[in-house]
Design a binder for this molecule. Structure first.
Ligand SMILES: Nc1ncnc2c1ncn2[C@@H]1O[C@H](COP(=O)(O)OP(=O)(O)OP(=O)(O)O)[C@@H](O)[C@H]1O
Ligand SMILES: [Mg+2]
Length: 257
């Protein structure tokens, strides 16, 4: 990957609004992200988290405002169970990361396969390279998709609810991997419904169709910001919490469909 110096931003988003043709889904979103940071993207179902990723990926054009991404952007989508019967191996999925670099008429060669295997090794999935992607566990699939992004040499990683459905040891393993990738200079945007987890990251962006807040979690995640972010979805704050509100979301708050 290309080295980033000093405080150069990886992403700059300014006055962004976006829609799918009807009402605005994102309004006045503005933030910038430097290298080596983990940023939690918080918001209710339908709050615009995935839409923001689609805009950053260039799949959806902004209605207003500007989005600048320096370097390449790797996407790890929300789990889509419907596509899991497609017969590809973990290695095939990682190899897809090379497709943007090789001409459409050429198949991946040995060099690309080695690169894909290398990336699988980095996420601890080399031994399972030949397994069917659809037969892997949720945590293993997430890691294969991260390997695909590493093969693309993504400077910016967009992870859409990567912790949903993971057991605690897989979640811990994924967390360590994200720490390692951030330490290498990559920045990682992580859409999540877990407010408590996001407190441990470097920054949080709170979205509820417009930007509620952006900044250091310890200063940003106040009770009023969390209430504005989740609106009616919140069930409770823990006893005794004042400004450092400890949020408790309803069980089964979110499915991974
Ligand atoms: N392809 C689409 N066409 C039209 N509307 C869409 C499309 N995708 C999303 N939307 C709408 O945009 C809004 C934001 O959706 P988005 O998927 O960005 O939310 P989200 O924060 O990712 O939610 P979740 O937590 O459920 O994943 C929702 O009202 C949704 O119905
Ligand atoms: Mg989403």
């Amino acid at each position: 990957m290309t080295a980033k110096k000093g405080n150069d931003s990886i992403v700059e988003v300014s006055k962004l609004s976006a829609s799918y043709g009807g009402t605005l889904v994102l309004e006045n979103v503005h933030f910038q992200v430097e290298p080596s940071l983990k940023i939690g993207i918080l918001g209710p179902n339908g709050g615009g988290k995935t839409t923001l990723f689609r805009v950053l990926l260039g799949e959806l054009a902004p209605l207003r405002g500007t989005v600048i991404v320096h370097g390449s952007c790797g996407y790890v989508p929300q789990t889509e169970r419907s596509r899991l019967d497609y017969p590809v191996s973990a290695l095939d999925v990682a190899l897809m990361g090379t497709l943007t670099r090789i001409p459409w008429w050429r198949r991946p060669r040995r060099a690309e396969r080695l690169q894909a295997l290398d990336a699988l090794g980095k996420v601890g999935m080399k031994e399972l390279a030949d397994e069917q992607f659809g037969e892997l566990s949720g945590g293993q699939r997430q890691r294969v998709l991260i390997a695909r992004a590493l093969v693309q040499d993504a400077q910016l990683l967009l992870l859409d609810e990567p912790f949903s459905g993971l057991d605690s040891s897989s979640a811990k393993r994924l967390s360590l991997l994200l720490d390692q990738l951030a330490a290498e200079g990559r920045s990682i945007l992580i859409a999540t419904h877990d407010v408590e987890q996001a407190r441990a990251w470097d920054l949080v962006l709170c979205l509820n169709r417009h930007q509620i807040a952006f900044g250091d979690p310890s200063k940003t995640l106040t009770r009023s910001v969390i209430q504005a972010t989740y609106g009616g979805e919140i069930v409770a704050f823990s006893e005794g919490a004042s400004e450092q509100a400890h949020l408790i979301l309803p069980p089964h708050h979110h499915d991974t469909s």
